[in-house]
Design a protein around this ligand. Structure first.
Ligand code: ADP
Ligand code: MG
Length: 773
């Protein structure tokens, strides 16, 4: 074994020397030596040989991600023990794990999967000789599940720790506990901004190292300056064209004032009220807020600023920060029809987001020829994880998608929110890599002044339910004790809430031990309530529509709402939910229609006609397949029979399963007052049915446990229970309406509702009154 290792190490060394001696390798080395990280190479290697933990910070683009892990690899190979080293470098995002590994392989003159590889959920490129593996944080966490001590791993590099994602914070607690048991393991923490001290003191005063970088000054312009400079007029009457800039502005000031006064939850309620006002009665919270004042503020304004830059400014690439993939695509479509910006001989328009093709990815780093100006429309990925060198102009819309916690319906959701001052500074800095730059912030200075200094760590702003399940399935002991050891521990009350929630849904028993259901839920990569919905779907043999609902809720809404065709888009969506206003069933119907159209090669046209995103539908489709295999794996779907979807056509049953999954996010209206069973607003049912459901709940839970323990257990023999469950949400008994925080099915107009004395408008009034009181 020793001999084989030696031989492989030798091979690795010869290969590395050959590459570095070749003309191409020389050129690459020259580039790498020009990066600020290179000056610190020796010092870095020395520190890690003498210390178990090190914290490295440095300006984005100085070479942390691509160089530091490579230095370790190279020095091990040079020392002749390359085959024995095993470096894992985690990235918060799939796309960075993939693109960085590709870059590092190229810098080493190799193909991916030789000494450098990557692994993200359900995908990877890794070979026998892979010594440096880039993976997502989640992949490493899952490995820890089966391999507690990270056997054979020599170095763990945790990148982008300043982002303070939940997984990263979680990983740090686990690693901190592992270190004493693995004294030979080295831990390298890398961060862009300068909060290295926090991490260093968490790891008992681990040495820190800063890689100095240099950036040119960047001039900041805010909305008022931009309007004056470009002579652009916001159009107060045309809300859609200007993306509600005027209204938004006023709204934002109000919202910010609220936020200053109130706690986060109170401000969510205020938002809800604003929106309830606007829609008459619709109680959807933030999603409506963002429909009303769409988030990548003002396509027209962006277009105007871009054409100003292209016409009047010196050469240099432009980087536009948007919130997400759909906004980027719609803006790109719009710009492509512009006489100047859409002219390929003058402008090269590129998108940079998590799901772009790798050919497009490469173009981002290249310099276009012949005086063509490069414009990159990016998500906040370009803030720290990707560096485009030739950017001179930055356009910042001020928002980014972040997982936030909708207090009203207890849904963690990925919604556009205002960025922090630190993020705005970071975005601005992207303009000064090669020469002094300019930054256009598309919001007033007063909004900037109200930004938080730093973004709150994810652990402190999202529900902890999935995390608690993970802690339990990793057998890390008491949940609250474990979380108290975090870098910035969450409040005891939120931990308690999460544990309580898991007990209510039957995932934990009274002693905080995992139940059978809890164990199965921890194996499903979705939130507990969605996992429970899947399990119920399997038990009640209506898996097809349930998998669609869960996949839709975990990917994103496939219904697209282009700003300029919002009415059309909304009515297209309404066709799918006209009968019951159910967002969930609209999703199922839309997906099923798409599958049929796909079978006839008409999927694209179908999407176009119905304002659906075929990319999202494809993502849903593939996630459904994954769910199916996972459910098979954990023994919930019978391999040999087709029964799992026997009752898929029974909408009542499907609704009952959705309801039981969302429990306790179920409410009813009693004597005109909103009564929330579990304190969240996700689903409405009539009071008498709420009672039936509560009465049946115990039996239902028992049935779930029985079925999970014994897959052969026949649910059909429980006819009475089954038909009662079916009845819970039957068409005649239910209000026929879902209230759901993440979707935007157009609700009927308030006038009709109050005229006809139907309950909807009245409920909304009551709800508002209750909230106010
Ligand atoms: P950091 O992690 O410190 O932000 P990186 O290691 O990601 O920096 O990048 C260092 C430098 O390598 C960047 O400034 C950029 O010039 C170059 N670089 C990184 N990725 C690529 C790529 N895919 N193509 C070309 N150059 C790249
Ligand atoms: Mg990096």
């Amino acid at each position: 074994k020793e001999k084989i290792l030696q031989r492989r190490s030798l091979e690795l060394r010869n290969k590395q020397e050959d590459w570095q001696g070749s003309p191409e390798g020389q050129r690459m080395l020259e580039f790498r030596r020009s990066l600020p990280a290179f000056k610190e190479k020796d010092a870095f290697l020395k520190v890690i040989s003498n210390n178990q933990v090190i914290v490295v910070s440095g300006e984005t683009g100085c070479g942390k991600t691509t160089q530091l892990p490579q230095y370790i690899l190279e020095s091990e190979i040079e020392a002749g023990c390359g085959a024995g080293c095993n470096i894992i470098c985690t990235q918060p995002r799939r796309i960075s794990a993939m693109s960085v590994s590709e870059r590092v392989a190229a810098e080493r003159g190799e193909k991916l999967g030789e000494s450098v590889g990557y692994k993200v959920r359900l995908e990877g490129m890794k070979g026998r000789d892979t010594r440096l593996l880039f993976c997502t944080t989640g992949v490493l966490l899952r490995r820890l599940l089966v391999d507690r001590t990270l056997n054979g791993v020599t170095h763990v590099v945790v990148d982008e720790i300043h982002e303070r994602g939940m997984n990263e914070d979680f990983l740090l607690i686990v690693l901190k506990e592992l270190l004493p048991r693995r004294p030979d393991l080295r831990l390298i923490l890398m961060s862009a901004t300068l909060n290295a001290e926090l991490f260093s003191s968490y790891f008992d005063g681990a040495p820190t190292m800063h890689i100095p970088g240099f950036t040119y000054p960047v001039r900041a312009r805010f909305l008022e300056d931009i309007l004056e400079m470009t002579g652009y007029r916001l159009n107060p009457y045309n809300q859609i064209d200007d993306y509600g800039q005027e209204k938004t502005w006023k709204m934002q000031k109000q919202a910010l004032a609220f936020r200053k006064r109130k706690s986060q939850i109170a401000s969510a309620v205020e938002d809800a009220l604003e929106v309830a006002d606007f829609h008459g009665y619709s109680l959807r919270t933030r999603e409506s807020l963002s429909c009303w004042c769409p988030d990548s503020l003002g396509f027209n304004l962006i277009e105007h600023v871009l054409s100003h830059i292209v016409k009047n400014e010196r050469p240099g690439a432009v980087l536009v920060f948007m919130t997400g993939w759909d906004d980027i695509n719609s803006l790109k479509d719009k710009l492509q029809t512009h006489p100047l910006l859409g002219d390929p001989s003058r402008v090269l328009l590129l998108a940079c987001h998590g799901s772009m093709a790798s050919t497009e990815q490469r173009l981002i780093f290249e310099n276009p020829e012949g005086g063509v100006r490069k414009i990159v429309l990016a998500t906040n990925m370009a803030e720290t994880s990707i560096t485009i060198n030739d950017v001179v102009f930055v356009v910042d819309c001020g928002k980014a998608k972040e997982t936030s916690y909708d207090a009203l319906n207890n849904t963690p959701c990925l919604l556009p929110s205002w960025i922090s001052k630190a993020a705005a500074r970071q975005r601005r800095g992207r303009a000064g890599r090669v020469q002094p730059g300019e930054c256009y912030h598309l919001y007033p200075r007063c909004v900037y002044d109200a930004f938080a200094d730093y973004q709150l760590p994810e652990l402190l702003r999202t529900p902890l339910q999935s995390l608690c399940l993970q802690i339990k399935s990793l057998q890390l002991g008491s949940i609250s004790e474990f979380l108290a050891r975090a870098l910035q521990p969450p409040e005891a009350l939120s931990v308690q809430n999460a544990v309580e929630y898991l007990k209510i849904i039957g995932a934990l028993d009274d002693n905080e031990n995992l139940t059978v259901l809890g164990r199965k839920l921890s194996m499903l990569p979705v939130e507990p309530k969605l996992g429970k919905m899947l399990i119920l779907g399997a038990i009640f043999n209506c898996l097809d529509p349930i998998m669609t609902v869960v996949a839709g809720l975990s990917v994103r809404d496939p219904f697209v709402m282009p700003a300029d065709k919002k009415d059309l888009a909304e009515s297209a969506k309404a066709q799918f939910s006209a009968r019951d206003y159910s967002d969930h069933l609209a999703l199922v119907r839309a997906y099923e229609g798409w599958k049929e159209a796909e079978a006839q090669q008409a999927g694209y046209e179908y999407c176009w006609r119905n304002f659906l995103s075929s990319q999202t539908l494809r993502a849903i489709d593939s996630l459904r397949k994954q769910f199916f295999y996972l459910l098979k794996d954990i023994g919930l779907v019978d391999h040999n029979s087709e029964t799992y979807s026997r009752w898929s056509q029974e909408e009542h049953l499907v609704r009952a399963v959705i309801c039981a999954g969302l429990f306790p996010g179920v409410s009813s209206v009693v004597d005109g007052h909103l009564k929330m069973l579990g304190g969240y607003l996700e689903f409405f049912m009539k009071p008498e049915l709420a009672n039936t459901y509560l009465r049946l709940k115990g039996e239902l839970e028992e049935l779930i446990q029985k079925k999970l323990l014994d897959p052969m257990f026949d649910t059909q023999s429980h006819d009475e229970l089954l038909s009662a469950v079916r009845l819970v949400i039957s068409e005649d008994h239910c209000d026929g309406r879902f209230v759901f925080g993440r979707r935007a099915t157009p609700a009927p107009k308030v006038k009709e509702a109050t005229n006809s004395k139907s309950s909807a408008g009245v409920e909304a009034e009551n709800f508002k009154n209750q909230l106010q009181s």
